[in-house]
Design a protein around this ligand. Structure first.
Ligand code: ADE
Length: 229
C-alpha cells in the first residue's frame, strides 16, 4: 500500500480525478491511499493568506512557507517516515517512465502543488526531495503535473492493472513506441483491419507488430532508437 498525500490550495482538482476510474479502483483494492490537505486550512487566521509579494520585487505572488511547512508537519506527525516530497515545477528534472518505476517502491509520498508565480525557496531547500517537470511548457499550477505523476506511478503498482492491460507493452516501458491496435468491427467506414491480425498466426502477428513499432518510433522518436544503439 502506497500512501499519497496532496497539499494544494485547490485540492478539489485532484480529489475529483483520483476518485474515478483506475485511481478509484486502485484505492478500493487497498493498493493506494489518497489524502488531501487544503493549504488555506494551514494559513494564519483571520486572513488565511497563503501567498505574498516577492522580496526584491518582481511580478506575481509567491506561496508563503508557513502553511506548507505546517501541512507537511501534520503528515509527518501522523506516523511513519516520508520517502519522498515531490514538487512539480517547470524547472524540475524532466519526468520519465523510469522515474515512475522508481517511485513505485515508496511507501509514503507527499506532493506539494504550487500556484501563482512560485513557492518560497525555503520550502524547496528544506522539504522537497524531488522536483519534476512534466514537459517544456508552463501550466498555471502543480495539480495537473502531480496528477500526471501519480497516474503514471499508480498504474505500475502490482495488482492495479489486470494482465490484459499489463504495463509491459507500454510505449515507454518498451524501448520502442507501441504498435497500432484494432478491435471489432473488421470493416468500418470502408477501413479494414490489417489482414494479418485476423490470420491467427501468432508468429507473423508478432513480427508485424515489431515492424510497426520500429516504423512509428523512427518517424516520431528517432532519438529513442539512437539512445538504444
Ligand atoms: N507547473 C507548471 N508547469 C509545470 C510543468 N510543465 N511541469 C511540472 N510542474 C509545472
Amino acid at each position: 500500500m502506497i500512501e499519497i498525500h496532496l497539499i494544494s490550495p485547490f485540492d478539489s482538482i485532484s480529489k475529483s480525478y483520483l476518485n474515478q476510474s483506475m485511481m478509484r479502483i486502485a484505492e478500493e483494492k487497498g493498493l493506494v491511499n489518497f489524502s488531501f490537505y487544503n493549504l488555506f486550512d494551514y494559513a494564519d487566521p483571520p486572513h488565511n493568506r497563503i501567498d505574498d509579494y516577492p522580496f526584491g520585487g518582481g511580478h506575481g505572488m509567491i506561496l508563503k512557507p508557513e502553511p506548507i511547512f505546517r501541512a507537511v508537519e501534520t503528515i509527518q506527525n501522523e506516523n511513519d517516515s516520508i520517502d519522498k516530497i515531490i514538487f512539480p515545477s517547470p524547472d524540475g528534472k524532466l519526468f520519465h517512465q523510469k522515474d515512475a518505476e522508481k517511485l513505485v517502491s515508496s511507501k509514503k509520498i507527499i506532493f506539494i502543488c504550487g500556484h501563482y508565480k512560485g513557492v518560497d525557496q525555503r520550502v524547496r531547500d528544506k522539504l522537497v526531495t524531488n522536483e519534476y517537470s512534466i514537459g517544456d511548457y508552463v501550466l498555471t499550477g502543480g495539480d495537473l503535473p502531480a496528477l500526471v505523476i501519480i497516474d503514471a506511478l499508480v498504474r505500475l503498482i502490482p495488482g492495479v492493472l489486470n494482465t490484459i492491460e499489463s504495463a509491459e507493452d507500454d510505449s515507454h516501458s518498451n524501448p520502442l513506441l507501441d504498435y497500432p491496435h484494432y478491435t471489432r468491427p473488421e470493416k468500418y467506414k470502408g477501413l479494414k483491419v490489417p489482414e494479418i491480425l485476423l490470420s491467427g498466426h501468432h508468429g507473423k502477428i508478432k513480427e508485424w507488430r515489431q515492424k510497426k513499432r520500429l516504423e512509428k518510433t523512427s518517424v516520431r522518436r528517432p532519438d529513442m532508437i539512437k539512445e538504444k544503439n
